[in-house]
Design a protein around this ligand. Structure first.
Ligand code: NA7
Length: 542
């Protein structure tokens, strides 16, 4: 079955087989794959260019914490062989250049409306079509709708008294001005010490007259040990891509980490320290898997946490600042591990001050700066590194209405429920890429994106071949999946932290563990089995 195609490259008041919302890693691959299958497809992107996360997050120091050779598409061998990554961890500009290259190479821009935000999507039950409205007043119609809207794309500025009174510059790391920001001679305040803050703080400190860091919860910051990739090293990786990509797909997190060195609680203190030292020296996220019991046993986790605290105390000269930087009260890794360069060293600079806002809370902003319970910090600029309404925020931002005019926001009022993180009961023919209930943010997201897109595109193709017009997850399948996702999380230490994985950073957001902890390898096998079992858990109609 093929519905009529009125595709017009310049106007999008038209009917397509598929509409794809978002033009980041997920949207670009979805667009390409669907076109390859002969479907008419149109993309909408709020930004003025491709890139998604890597289009918006242009703050100083923005960088991926997954190795560049792994944080890249695997679907086209020529692409992965030709592209040259220059550093172990790619910078935001390098990733953006890569995605622009992909868009050019596969002529993807032709089918994307940029600078166009989808405002609503309504499922027409009679016609079995989605009617998608955009902020330029146009409407598109599509049989299928793919939400490639990103897990970390709804940036968030917390409400604080007197915010509007502040007289200086204000920026959020995820909405950084295109021309950059000049910190010279400025007194800058950064609020937030998650991954974005940890990356930006050392660079802002080098340029600003003075930097004041407002920290609520100290993170565990592991050194990145970033370095240039030599051409020889990259060539070796490229030669091994077939096996390397296969390992990534079968792995737990979608990345290749050294195996755990046994169990922390079975090792002697000397062996533990040796292993932690070795992972600390190697840098990166592999620190979290030094031992196999770190994420399941609180006492094991505490040995790793204490090792990091000892490094902080060793690095930061002022003992009071060092103690304030030491993360306590939640297990290592249960809030996303931060990977940094010279982060703790930055607090030894004369022009950097740490303010612990748990000890002295921010009371209000005024024209001249930020007032805590203890004092007024005079500032010329405030940088919010305060994160995102993760996994659900970008979907909540669109008025999505399924059967019986039910709004997705209302269906999810008590927390998101999905089948496989991909489909939602009552919202037929809508597929989410890396949605809540999928491995998404707990994985190398490019690996997850490729798996989701390939699975969804296969399903759409299957529907066309079998003459089905409408497919929908059943409530039973969705309920079973939601209990499975929650059940696995309950066995882990992740429930012990107030993290954005649990929605805890958004006042009023239901406390539900959002990503799937079962691992990308297991998840892939399950998705394949479900497809082989005639898409078990979905109902279809002609
Ligand atoms: P995160 O990791 O959500 O970090 C946000 C930071 O902002 C975190 O330290 C928060 O403290 C802090 N925050 C948020 N609201 C406030 C208020 N009201 N007062 C003080 N501090 C506040 O976002 P990032 O952008 O750094 O990273 C997001 C992900 O992107 C990252 O994990 C990687 O996967 C890539 P809190 O911890 O909530 O106490």
């Amino acid at each position: 079955m093929r519905i009529s195609t009125l595709s017009n490259k310049t106007s999008h008041n038209a009917t397509y087989d598929v509409v794809v919302v978002g033009a980041g890693f997920a949207g670009l691959y979805a667009l390409h794959s669907l076109r390859q299958r002969g479907l008419s497809v149109h993309g909408f992107e709020a930004g003025t260019g491709v890139g998604g996360t890597w289009f918006w997050n242009t703050y100083p120091g923005a960088r991926c914490d997954v190795d560049s050779a792994d944080y890249s598409y695997s679907f086209d061998d020529d692409l992965q062989q030709e592209w040259v990554w220059t550093e172990r961890f790619p910078t935001q500009p390098e990733i953006l250049r890569y995605l622009e290259h992909v868009a050019d190479r596969f002529s993807l821009r032709d089918d994307i409306a940029f600078d166009t935000r989808v405002t609503s999507a309504q499922f027409d039950e009679t016609a079995g079509l989605w009617i998608i409205a955009t902020d330029d007043g146009n409407t598109a119609t599509a049989r299928w709708m793919i939400m490639a809207t990103g897990a970390l794309s709804a940036a968030r500025i917390p409400q604080m008294d007197g915010q509007e009174a502040f007289g200086g510059e204000v920026h959020h790391t995820a909405h950084w001005p295109a021309g950059g920001v000049d910190f010279t001679d400025k007194r800058v305040g950064v609020i937030g010490t998650g991954s974005s803050g940890v990356q930006a703080i050392p660079i802002i400190a080098e340029q600003a007259d003075h930097l004041t860091v407002f920290q609520r919860t100290p993170g565990f910051v592991i050194p990145a040990r970033n370095r240039p990739l030599s051409p020889g090293e990259l060539d070796d990786i490229k030669a091994q891509y077939p096996s390397r990509r296969a390992l990534q797909r079968e792995s737990h997190g979608g990345w290749i980490l050294p195996p755990p060195a046994g169990m922390a609680l079975e090792a002697s203190p000397e062996v533990r320290d040796k292993e932690y030292e070795s992972r600390w020296a190697a840098g990166g996220i592999a620190f979290q898997t030094t031992f196999g019991d770190l994420m399941f046993d609180a006492a094991a986790n505490e040995t790793a946490a204490e090792f990091v605290r000892s490094k902080i105390r060793e690095t930061v000269s002022d003992p009071i600042t060092a103690e304030a930087l030491c993360p306590k009260g939640y297990p290592l890794g249960t809030k996303r591990l931060c990977i940094g360069s010279d982060y703790y060293e930055t607090f030894n600079r004369d022009n950097v001050t740490l303010v612990d806002v748990r000890a002295t809370p921010i009371e209000r902003l005024d024209r001249g700066g930020i007032e805590t319970a203890a004092e007024l910090h005079e500032l010329d600029m405030i940088v919010y590194a305060t994160g995102f309404d993760a996994l659900t925020g970008s979907l909540d931002g669109i008025d999505i209405r399924g059967r019986n005019n039910l709004a997705l926001r209302d269906a999810w009022a008590a927390g998101p429920r999905t089948y496989l993180g991909v489909a939602v009961a009552g919202f037929p023919n809508m597929f989410i890429v890396t949605g809540p209930g999928s491995p998404s943010v707990l994985s190398n997201v490019v690996v997850s994106i490729e798996q989701h897109v390939e699975w969804v595109v296969d399903y759409i193709d299957h529907m066309r071949r079998t003459g089905a017009h409408v497919a929908e997850a059943t409530s039973t399948a969705q309920d079973e999946w939601a209990s499975h996702v929650t059940g696995i999380a309950a066995e882990s230490l992740y429930m012990q932290a107030d993290s954005w994985y649990l929605g805890a950073n958004i006042p009023g957001k239901p406390r539900i563990f959002l990503p799937y902890l079962g691992g990308v390898g297991n998840y892939r096998i399950l998705c394949t089995q479900i497809a082989d079992d005639d898409y078990r858990g979905f109902t279809t109609s002609i």
